[in-house]
Design a protein around this ligand. Sequence first.
Ligand SMILES: Nc1nc2c(ncn2[C@@H]2O[C@H](COP(=O)(O)OP(=O)(O)O)[C@@H](O)[C@H]2O)c(=O)[nH]1
Ligand SMILES: [Mg+2]
Length: 236
Amino acid sequence: MLQCFAVSLTEQVLYDNDSMNSYLFIYVPKDRSVRLRVMPEQSNDYRVVVFGAGGVGKSSLVLRFVRGTFRESYIPTIEDTYRQVISCNKQVCTLQITDTTGSHQFPAMQRLSISKGHAFILVYSITSRQSLEELKPIFDEIVEIKSDMDNIPIMLVGNKCDEINREVSQSESAELAKRWNCAFLETSAKTNYNVKELFQELLQLEKRRTMSLQLETKKTKSQKRKEKLKGKCIVM
Ligand SMILES: Nc1nc2c(ncn2[C@@H]2O[C@H](COP(=O)(O)OP(=O)(O)O)[C@@H](O)[C@H]2O)c(=O)[nH]1
Ligand SMILES: [Mg+2]
């Protein structure tokens, strides 16, 4: 399906064909308005967008999940998309995870990411009340753009729970998650606490399809026959 977005831009935006999935590569000069065209979508892609203030650990969570790595140094992100094969309605599909910049320099990019996203991870750091506050306008924007909020999986994530200088209590965030009608988890990308669980739970919140991180595709007839034979064989 070919979709059109009319977005009024006050900043310079670069869209890269490799980012969210297939936007046209567009450079927009300041104080001009532009019509962004989006290429046809792959129907079996499942797009998850990770939002949150700079430094809360968005990239660390994504890299921990996708690559199993963690780095102590902070390298600001513009926008990266990672792909992972998962199971969706017992078929193979691609989980696309978009790790966003976290700054508010690119509001048009943020709106487009929300329009294209199927599910959202909203990350704050438990060591920063400010980072939780910064999620509120993002959540409001998701509500504004998505008409079917009941069907949109959202996880509120308190990262850096390995840290001792906590500013946000678990109960406060759980209360907020209740108000937002979304799920809540505390994680640590550093110690790998609740990272896989975060993605697993997010996929389980998806009501429109049956999603799983494990590939459980339909077995072919010959696979079934082989398995049946295996059970009957006796090693002499
Ligand atoms: N203690 C601790 N530090 C973390 C954790 N996750 C990320 N960091 C650190 O926080 C900084 C920012 O992380 P990064 O993933 O780049 O944040 P982003 O701007 O949200 O993508 C880096 O120095 C990371 O090493 C965590 O779970 N615990
Ligand atoms: Mg980052």
